[in-house]
Design a protein around this ligand. Structure first.
Ligand SMILES: Nc1ncnc2c1ncn2[C@@H]1O[C@H](COP(=O)(O)OP(=O)(O)OP(=O)(O)O)[C@@H](O)[C@H]1O
Length: 722
């Protein structure tokens, strides 16, 4: 019943709660505007849904949340539109003029500048009063949150709780064990931080909490990665510090001594990775017998990584399991985790699952895109994807191995790598540089897939589909957080990757796109280039005018053509190459071959090509793939030889070859192998088996992972992957 009330609370207020969160300035205008326009409809809807009988309550929440999110943020097609220059009532020309004015002011002498500023100041309208948020159902003031904590939340611009926080707050504060699940970026961390802090300072756990020098910890939080442990520690430090609580973070790769000193002095909250905490237990540095709270954050990942024995050992250190509360959180809770939960949590545990059986398990604030690309074209393609889709924000690129993360980071200007082979101190420097905006592209393995919350990550690129759906959900969830929107682009090799499995299991309906073409790139960066030119002060004109006139007279180009070159150069382009739609390779063109009847195997298609092309041209064909409808094959050919291919078809009856403008749906690897088309030995077996033997990757089952232990510090799945 209690849970149900919480659900109602959250349901009623999600629209308000999103509006109230101050750290989301960029999207806030859209939300407010939307709220004004649609408030009556939302209120009507919420009201009616509230009247539904209790068993349907959970469904009603999901509906309200979904409606609010999709309505508040532009859908993917809207996002892809360039911003409307007139959307704020100011035309593009007016904006340009404004910008130029700004640069002219910059060039003014100091006194004139000051005068100008004074004049400007006078015109400023008075600041509107701060909005009063107390009326919101999920307003912080409506929960048993004490003043110091409330003040800290206010400092962070948090005035109302997110649904997972609102739903679980009372449950945790009142002493229940809990399994909590919400999509990525929905605030699960504060869902345990806030009630725990209240419980141990003002609530039920206060009386039995140890205090004084050398006190044993009251709270233990376990996380799968060092970076995540540091991040959660920062939250406990910030909020707990205000309540007079001390915390420390214990993770591998850092010296023991400083950690030991802190433990000796006594701390209230310990956050860390299972391996290092186990080490401290074995060294006799830490006594967990008096714990009041145990938290497993990203529980499934920790157990998947083979930490299960360490976790069991650590959790088993409490003296009386009836006196400790255990909380388990993640955005993904595969069934097998629920069995584990049964082992660690009390039988009367509560569950708050905001994802539940809804089809879509990944973030609904993210535009999920897939793009065909071969491994060799990746490093050329990625900078253009960043230009077209990052909106100038941060990008995280995920690779499958540590080696490829380092290699790719080395190839991309201004990018840095993050993975398990990098020294811990350097990992911390890299992450803090990325957080502070020193560099805008991070190339990482799965060490960065879980939980990391970094401001303004606009774009996620996955270099190939991950091995399991959970990895897809968490990686793509590094963007689109706390109500913001983002883009997740996954590169895939049509012949090797199995997209449909991820699509099926995550509920994501992927948007299919091809490599950005010169026009797309010009559209994406042209505006920025124009801004850069306009920002240049008029004071340069007299100095450069003569050179410009010389150039105009000698180049044989028009003013517009020359200006186009200058714009391209301003954003770093000296040439833009055409890319194939199929493999994304530069200077390749994608062709469609049809023969008036279905084509069942790639080898058959090669046979057809041989009928009208010389062997070396057949050999030069790249990425040959069957179309999803089975009526044709697509492949790439070098742009310089295009005529040879097209004219060749005239020598073969019933054969049509066409240069494609858009890529048709292709058969997935799963489909192709079902038909026995992969590695079918049909003349080009080497191409189709592609080093993986066409038999798929060796995906081990979860039980294997547990029985093998995996071991800590080994990265994932017992290998040295990340
Ligand atoms: N009530 C709130 N109002 C505004 N912002 C909030 C609120 N609660 C949390 N946030 C912000 O939302 C962001 C995401 O929170 P958090 O990292 O806890 O998400 P998560 O659900 O744990 O995501 P993941 O599953 O990826 O780990 C953080 O930047 C956090 O500060």
């Amino acid at each position: 019943m209690h849970e149900v009330e919480c659900f109602h609370k959250a349901k009623r207020s999600w629209a308000h709660c999103t509006r109230a969160c101050a750290p989301l300035p960029r999207k806030q205008e859209k939300i407010s505007l939307f709220s004004l326009l649609h408030l009556p409809w939302l209120l009507f809807l919420s009201f009616n849904l509230t009247l539904l009988p209790i068993p349907k309550t959970r469904i009603t929440i999901t509906i309200t949340i979904t409606i609010t999110i999709t309505a508040s943020y532009p859908n993917s097609s809207q996002q892809s539109q360039p911003p409307d220059p007139d959307c704020d009532g100011v035309s593009g020309k007016q904006k340009m003029a404004k910008k130029r004015k700004a640069s002219d002011i910059e060039a003014m002498p100091m006194e004139e500048k000051a005068d100008h500023k004074k004049k400007k100041k006078k015109k400023k309208p008075p600041m509107p009063p701060e909005p009063e948020e107390d009326h919101l159902p999920n307003a912080v003031s409506n929960f048993r949150i004490s003043d110091p904590l409330r003040a800290k939340l206010k400092d962070k611009g948090i005035q109302s709780l997110f649904p997972i926080q609102a739903i679980t707050f009372d449950t945790v504060l009142d002493g229940s064990d809990l399994v909590g699940r919400a999509r990525t970026g929905q605030g699960k961390t504060l869902a345990f931080v806030l009630p725990i802090l209240e419980s141990i300072t003002n609530g039920p756990a206060k009386a039995s909490r140890k205090t004084g020098y050398g006190r044993t910890p009251t709270v233990l939080v376990l996380l799968p990665t060092r970076e995540l442990a540091c991040q959660v520690h920062a939250d406990f430090d910030f909020y707990g510090g205000a309540m007079g609580l001390s915390s420390c973070c214990l993770y591998g790769g850092a010296p023991y001594q400083a950690q030991e000193v802190k433990l000796k002095r006594g701390v209230d909250i310990v956050i860390g990775t299972p391996g290092r905490i186990k080490d401290h237990i074995e060294r006799g540095n830490i006594d967990l017998s008096q714990l009041k709270f145990r938290v497993l954050d990203e529980a499934d990942e920790m157990l998947r990584m083979g930490f299960v024995e360490d976790v069991e050992l650590i959790l088993g250190k409490v003296e009386n399991v009836n006196k400790v509360q255990t909380l388990l959180f993640s955005a993904t809770l595969p069934d097998w985790v629920k069995h584990i939960a049964a082992k660690f949590l009390k039988p009367d545990k509560k569950t708050a699952d905001l994802v539940g059986n809804t089809k879509m398990k990944a973030s609904t604030n993210v535009r999920h895109i897939i793009l065909p690309c071969t491994g060799s074209a990746r490093s050329q393609l990625i900078p253009d994807i960043i230009r077209c889709y990052s909106s100038g924000g941060r990008t995280i690129i995920f690779t499958e191995t540590k080696e490829s993360a380092s290699q790719l980071a080395g190839m991309l200007p201004g990018a840095r790598a993050l993975h398990g082979d990098i020294q811990q101190a350097q990992r911390e420097i890299t992450l803090s540089g990325f957080r502070s905006g020193k560099f805008m592209t991070l190339v990482a393995t799965n060490v960065a897939a879980r939980g990391l919350d970094i401001n303004d990550v606009q774009l996620i690129i996955q270099c190939e589909p991950p091995r399991d759906v959970e990895a897809y959900i968490h990686r793509s969830g590094r963007t689109g957080r706390a109500g913001n929107t983002g883009v997740a682009v996954m590169l895939y090799d049509p012949k090797r990757s199995n997209i449909s499995k991820i699509e099926r299991e995550s509920g994501v309906k992927f948007e299919h796109i091809s490599a950005p073409q010169p026009d797309d790139i010009a559209k994406a960066v042209g505006g920025k280039a124009a801004e850069m030119i306009v920002e240049v002060s008029d004071s340069v004109i007299p100095a450069f005018k003569a050179a410009a006139e010389d150039l105009l007279n000698s180049s044989g180009l028009s003013v517009v053509e020359l200006l186009a070159k200058a714009l391209a150069k301003a954003v770093g382009y000296t040439e833009i190459k055409q890319r194939s739609l199929l493999t994304s390779m530069e200077n390749y063109v994608t062709l469609l071959l049809e023969i008036g009847r279905p084509i069942f195997t790639p080898s058959f298609a090669y046979g057809v090509l041989r009928r009208f092309l010389p062997e070396e041209k057949v050999e030069a064909v790249k990425g040959l793939s069957l179309t999803a409808d089975g009526n044709g094959v697509v492949f790439d050919v070098p742009a310089e030889d295009l005529d040879t291919y097209l004219s060749g078809q005239e020598n073969a009856a019933n054969v049509s070859l066409e240069v494609l403008k858009a890529l048709p749906r292709l058969q997935q690897r799963e489909q192709q192998s079902r038909w026995g088309r992969f590695g079918d030995g049909g003349g080009r077996g080497n191409r189709f088996s592609g080093g993986r033997g066409g038999g798929g990757r060796n995906i081990r089952f979860l039980n294997d992972r547990f029985s093998n232990g995996g071991g800590r510090g080994r990265g994932n799945w017992g290998g040295k992957r990340w």
